[in-house]
Design a protein around this ligand. Structure first.
Ligand code: NAD
Length: 464
């Protein structure tokens, strides 16, 4: 293998690679042992520190951390523990008659040394989640978490150092330069979660070594509400899915596409549910989070200002406070097509409403943009749901709900094109970190040998 003498992470990479090559493949018991260590750390040893770190970094309410970080990691580990034996089994397949005398199967073998680069919005879940899959697949991993959530990253480093040997799992803290240096190395797989723009940088770097990639990206996830929808239920679920983690979720509804006749009613019920969840003063609510950094706060504030300058309505909220990086749950409508809110991923607690007159208009609007990570449909009409499903493409969809498809480990999770490449969670995560190795075992007799050279009388041979 090529040497990278100037790369500060090459020694670590090589150490992991040597272990992978020496061991060949870690056993089921070894993998389960590592998963149990991670489970104990997250569930018990470091639980309260995780809650504290996320409160410092994101003002994350304790219950939200329990539900969206700790529970998600634990359930991913439990799911892998329950199914790993079956996933690791040799998979027999049929062998065609023309190969009489042979049998065929494939195995899932570990890809090898993997890189996991994660974002800041659910720092523990989006780092340890893919790590569960890497461990289940028998890979080693170097992790690079986000620099935006320093308390979470420092704690993850402590956890990793405490429970893993660095030739199995290591964590490297740092900013873009660190990622860039890591991306120089010939990883066997790169699992990246972040923005589409950085996803392109990662994929370009991966191309140098032809490393395989899983790219879990973002984008604008549309939410359609049609005339048949239960508006109160839709509003309740959307307000939850949009404002949890202060809107900093890759699968939150980015914007609403609603039948023109329902707009006023929808805004009214959203108002009711926002007050119900976060009181009239979200700033004082212990259920409402904060924006991760001043830079992101300024970005979101300028979205609101841009829309206002283009004469959009602020239907709900619109207030902010720089010092505490607070942005009120905000709903805006009557936006001009050029408003930044309708053209960039929002990733914050601002929900723009776009109206339509016919469902075709809504579908055309979605298809005029990049393929989303998630697309949600609120409707009681089977015909309308079928039409939307057939005429759009998205990484995932919830019908009469949002966000929750993320939490079902039986489903593949991921985007499509601009919102991602490859899938994760449960078996799909295990598969992402595994190489499907095809094996044909030939026995003493092989009918195909009749067709070996010299090619005399081959027509007669074939006819037999
Ligand atoms: P980001 O792309 O800015 O950063 C993600 C990671 O990449 C961080 O660790 C960062 O240090 C690193 N990075 C940043 N710039 C880099 C560069 N030039 N070269 C190499 N590495 C670089 O994303 P973010 O702001 O942390 O997260 C928000 C984005 O992530 C949103 O687009 C969101 O939709 C997406 N996201 C997707 C999922 C998913 O599961 N699909 C989950 C969460 C977030």
């Amino acid at each position: 293998m090529k040497d990278y003498p100037d790369n500060p992470y090459f020694k670590l990479f090589k150490k992991q690679q040597e272990k992978q090559l020496n061991i060949g493949q870690t056993s089921y018991t070894y993998r389960i042992g590592l998963l149990k260590k991670l489970q104990l750390a997250v569930e018990k040893t470091y639980r309260s520190q995780i809650i504290d770190a996320l409160h410092k970094d994101l003002g994350k309410p304790k219950v939200e951390t329990e539900l969206t970080e700790i529970y998600q990691i634990i359930s991913e580990i439990k799911f892998a523990k329950r199914h790993l034996h079956r996933w690791m089994r040799k998979q027999k397949v049929k062998t065609p008659l023309s190969m009489l005398g042979a049998s065929s199967y494939y195995i899932y073998e570990p890809k090898g040394v993997c890189l996991i680069i994660s974002p800041w919005n659910f720092p523990f879940n989006l780092t340890f989640g893919p790590l569960v899959s890497a461990i289940a697949a028998g890979c080693s991993a170097i992790i690079k978490p986000s620099e935006m959530t320093p308390n979470a990253s420092a704690l993850m480093k402590d956890i990793v150092n405490d429970i893993f040997s660095e030739d199995d799992v290591a964590l490297v803290e740092g900013e873009v330069e660190t990622s860039t240096q890591l991306l120089e190395l010939p990883f066997n797989h790169i699992f990246f979660t972040g923005s589409p723009n950085v996803g392109k940088i990662v994929m370009t770097a991966a191309a140098r070594s032809l490393s395989s990639v899983t790219l879990e990206l973002g984008g604008k996830s549309p939410t359609i509400i049609d005339r048949s929808a239960d508006i109160d239920k839709a509003a309740k679920r959307i307000v939850w899915g949009k404002f949890i983690n202060a809107g900093q979720i890759c699968v939150s509804p980015d914007y609403i596409l609603i039948d023109e006749t329902l707009k006023a009613q929808f805004i009214e019920v959203c108002k009711k549910w926002i007050s119900h969840f976060y009181t009239e003063q979200a700033q004082n609510s212990d259920a409402y989070g904060r924006i991760v950094t001043q830079k992101h706060f300024d970005r979101l504030k300028s979205h609101i200002e841009n829309a206002k300058s283009l004469e959009a309505n602020v239907d709900i909220g619109g207030n902010f406070e720089k010092a505490s990086k607070f942005i009120e749950p905000t709903i805006m409508s009557s936006l001009k097509p050029e408003a930044t809110l309708l053209n960039e991923e929002i990733f914050g607690p601002i929900l723009p409403i776009v109206t339509y007159n016919t469902l075709d208009e809504a579908i055309d609007y979605i298809n005029s943009k990049e393929r989303p990570l998630a697309l949600y449909i609120y409707s009681k009409s089977r015909t309308n749901v079928k039409k939307v499903m057939q005429h759009t493409r998205a990484g995932g969809t919830c019908i009469n709900s949002n966000v929750i498809h993320y939490a079902n480990h039986n489903l593949p999770f991921g985007g499509v094109n601009n919102s991602g490449i490859g899938k994760s969670h449960g078996f799909y995560g295990f598969k992402a970190f595994s190489n499907q190795r095809a094996v044909v075992k030939q026995y003493t007799f092989g009918i195909n040998e009749w067709l070996f050279p010299p090619y005399t009388n081959y027509k007669e041979k074939l006819a037999r």
